[in-house]
Every structure is written in structure tokens, then in C-alpha cells.
Design a protein around this ligand. Structure first.
Ligand code: LLP
Length: 423
């Protein structure tokens, strides 16, 4: 399924022409497809058929409340990384028994907040954190259900900023001391050791790192059981990669230079490749996908403000900036950029840049694009994950609007911020 597609050379989101939406609601604008969201969620969750599991959507990818409500109604759980995200999850109606809490730096007040709401699991990342949670739970006369996040020292072969399963990363507990740490956790009176957790990185395109991780986790569950530590659930994290290049193909659009490594094996494959391994130990399985559920659900629409040609380079200056979508600036991430109406004609190589006062404020460099000019709109594709949620007010730029399409119905799911509302 691809909910963003051209009909008669005009870009549509589901059944609605994108141009009509942006003319009504203004630019820049995040635009989401409800049916793509549902399809993505179902393709992941459905792969578990017959297995005791929860798909805990990782809120950090996109925490718009209306999108959360849609996933919650589908039966999803929520993976949070702060009290703020736990609160979003609760507001969207997620049951606390389906909320996990990850993160290397949980604050005392956040721990207390999560304990008060009796969430499903704290995913613990250090030995000191174990002691702190035990202490706070004791003071609150309660027990914390926990999982230990293991760092399996596996290379996820992704961008170094989003690789999390290597010894050199700050995440998780070194696999070599994991058994000792589990024993210590089991000795603490206010903790209930329930699970084992891993998350080796994000935008992972190969199945092999997941398969290796699954094997290590299962081996550890078996070893822990011989020691009397009866692990009940495996939280296998998220990280399933999505396709950014050639997300939309059209005869009038340049074919982007891509290899098989740029193409996702598919949501279903990520699950089916590890499920037989994980099932060996008869645990409940939790996963925490973010990007694979929302990335291709959304795009950022932006308007061309100016063109500039200095003889060396051609710039297309647009009204969205790195504060709205930081992925290209931060990771040199690739997002396909397409016009809302495609025409047959010449292509040129341009830098697509924003208005922010930094040379790092770009969406594409030396990109082959159809000719566009002032007043045209562009769609920056596959921007539903880590787009709005990572946006900022840098340069005192207000947050853009978010709009949801369901067939031919369109509604605002976050109002555009006004400059008077900036704090
Ligand atoms: N679970 C944990 C513990 C995580 O740290 C993350 C992502 C996820 C689940 C969800 O991973 P996903 O399925 O979305 O790959 N801003 C970066 C991505 C940062 C990922 C952080 N952790 C980007 O734009 O590529």
C-alpha cells in the first residue's frame, strides 16, 4: 500500500489532492494518512498471530495525540522514554499495563510518576538505576515490574548516532555482566524481575543483526531460568528500517540512486525472521517499533519561496527549515522530494534549503529535481517519524500544522502555532 501517490500527475494523499489541502491549511504542513498508519501497524502486529505479544508503539517517533488514539484503538501499547510521553500515552487512552518506560536517564520524579500509574515495565539501563527504582518503590510501598536492557554488542549497521547495541554506546547493561546484574535485581525487595529488553538501533535494514540478537536473548533467558530467575517477557525493541529512496516512482520523476540496502525487507519480515527463535522460550513478546509505523505515514509539505543561482550552485529556498525536520541536517538523512504536480521536462541539480540561519539547514544537496519556482509546493516524503517530534522553535519559528487524511476527509490534528504563542 502507498497512500501517497499520483493520480493524473497530481499528488494525492489517499483520495485527496495534496495541493487542495495545503491551499486550505497553509504551508509548511505535516500531512498524514490514517489508512497508511493502520496498514503499517497491522502489517507488524499481524505477523504475531497466535503469539502472546504487545506492539508498543515508540512515541518518540511521533506523539501527536490523534495518531496515538488511532493506534491505541487498534490495540497497540506504548513505549515511552519520559514522564511526558507516559502522560501522552495515558491521555490517548493507553492502558498502563501496556506502557513500557525506557531511557538511560530516568529522573526520580519520572520514576515515581510511572510507579503511581503502575505501568507494565521499567526497562532498566544501569545497575545504579536498579537501586534507585528499588528505593523509590520502597518509599511508595509498591513494587516495580522491571526488565533489564541488555547491550548485546551487536553492530546494527546503521548511522552511528542511532546505533545503540554496541559496547561503545551508552545504552543497556553489558551482556558480560548481565547475569550478575539480574541476580542483583532479583535480590532487591521492591523489584519484580519480569523481562529482558534489547534495542540495538534504528533504521536497521538487515535481518541478520536482529536474528543474532534474538539468539543471544533466548540463550540468556534459558541461563537465567536455570538460576531460578523466571523471565516472563522479552522486549525486543524496535529499529525496523524503512525505504526512503524512490518512495514514490513516476516516469516524470528522476529515479533515485539506490541499492538493495536502501530497500526495507518489509515490516512482516522483521518479525517472522526472529519469531521462531524468540518463541523457543515461551515468553510474552513485546516490541517497540516507531519509524516503521509512522515514517511513510507522513510528509512535510513546503512552499518554494525563492530561487538563487550563484553560478556554482542552484538553490531552491523553501519555507520549511531544519527546525521542522532535522534529519537531513543531523544525519545527512535522505528524503525524497517531489513536486505536487509532475510534468515532463528538464531536470536540474539543486540544493533544497530552508530559511534558518545555518548552512546546515538543507533538505537535499545536489539533488536531481524537476524545475520548480516561487509559489510551487514540494512534498518531503517519509517524514512521519522523527519529523514533528524532533522539531524546535529555533529562529523563533512557530510549530507547523499537522493534518490527517482519511480517504476524502481531511482534519487538522494540530493547529499551526501563532508567533504570539511562542514563549
Ligand atoms: N525503543 C527504544 C528504546 C528506542 O530508543 C527507540 C528509538 C525505539 C524503540 C524506536 O525505534 P524505531 O523503531 O523508530 O527505529 N531521530 C532518529 C531516530 C532515533 C531513534 C531513537 N530510539 C532518526 O530520525 O533517524
Amino acid at each position: 500500500m502507498n497512500s501517497f501517490h499520483y493520480i493524473d500527475n497530481i499528488l494525492h494523499c489517499e483520495e485527496t489532492p495534496v495541493q487542495e489541502i495545503v491551499e486550505e491549511f497553509g504551508s509548511p504542513l505535516y500531512l498524514y494518512s490514517k489508512n497508511q498508519l493502520l496498514d503499517n501497524y497491522r502489517s507488524i502486529d499481524g505477523a504475531f498471530e497466535g503469539t502472546d505479544h504487545t506492539t508498543c508503539y515508540a512515541l518518540k517517533a511521533n506523539s501527536n495525540l490523534e495518531l496515538l488514539k488511532i493506534l491505541q484503538k487498534e490495540g497497540a501499547g506504548a513505549d515511552a522514554v519520559s514522564a511526558g510521553e507516559i502522560n501522552f500515552a495515558l491521555r490517548a487512552g493507553f492502558h498502563p499495563s501496556k506502557i513500557t518506560f525506557a531511557g538511560v536517564g530516568k529522573q526520580d520524579a519520572e520514576i515515581a510518576f510511572a510507579l503511581k500509574h503502575d505501568i507494565f515495565s521499567f526497562n532498566i539501563e544501569s545497575i545504579e538505576e536498579l537501586a534507585v527504582i528499588n528505593d523509590i518503590a520502597g518509599k511508595m510501598n509498591t513494587k516495580a515490574r522491571i526488565a533489564l536492557r541488555i547491550n548485546p554488542d551487536i553492530d546494527a549497521a546503521t548511522h552511528p548516532y542511532i546505533s545503540t547495541g554496541l559496547k561503545t554506546n551508552k545504552f543497556g547493561i553489558d551482556i558480560n555482566v548481565a547475569v550478575e546484574t539480574f541476580k542483583y535485581a532479583a535480590s532487591l525487595p521492591n523489584l519484580q524481575v519480569d523481562g529482558i529488553h534489547t534495542h540495538i538501533g534504528s533504521q536497521i535494514m538487515k535481518l541478520d543483526p536482529f536474528v543474532q540478537t534474538a539468539q543471544r536473548v533466548v540463550d540468556m533467558v534459558k541461563e537465567l531460568r536455570t538460576l531460578g530467575i523466571n523471565i516472563q517477557h522479552i522486549d525486543f525493541g524496535g529499529g525496523y528500517g524503512v525505504t526512503y529512496k524512490n518512495a514514490i516512482k513516476h516516469p516524470f520523476l528522476p529515479l533515485e540512486d539506490a541499492t538493495s540496502a536502501d530497500e526495507t525487507p518489509g515490516n512482516n519480515a522483521f518479525i517472522t525472521s526472529v519469531l521462531p527463535i524468540l518463541k523457543q522460550v515461551d515468553c510474552k513478546i513485546v516490541i517497540e517499533p516507531g519509524r516503521s509505523i509512522v515514517a511513510n505515514t507522513g510528509m512535510l509539505i513546503t512552499k518554494v519561496l525563492y530561487r538563487k543561482d550563484n553560478g556554482v550552485k542552484k538553490f531552491v529556498i523553501v519555507d520549511a527549515g531544519m527546525n521542522d525536520l532535522i534529519r537531513p541536517s543531523l544525519y545527512h538523512a535522505y528524503h525524497q522530494i517531489v513536486p505536487l504536480t509532475v510534468k515532463e521536462g528538464e531536470r536540474e541539480h539543486v540544493d533544497v534549503v530552508g530559511p534558518v540561519c545555518e548552512s546546515g539547514d538543507f533538505f537535499a544537496r545536489e539533488r536531481a529535481m524537476p524545475f520548480v519556482q516561487r509559489g510551487d509546493y514540494l512534498a518531503i516524503l517519509t517524514a512521519g517519524a522523527y519529523g514533528f517530534s524532533v522539531s524546535s522553535h529555533y529562529n523563533a519559528r512557530p510549530s507547523v500544522a499537522e493534518v490527517l487524511v482519511n480517504g476524502d476527509k481531511v482534519r487538522v490534528i494540530r493547529e499551526r502555532e501563532k508567533i504570539e504563542e511562542l514563549k
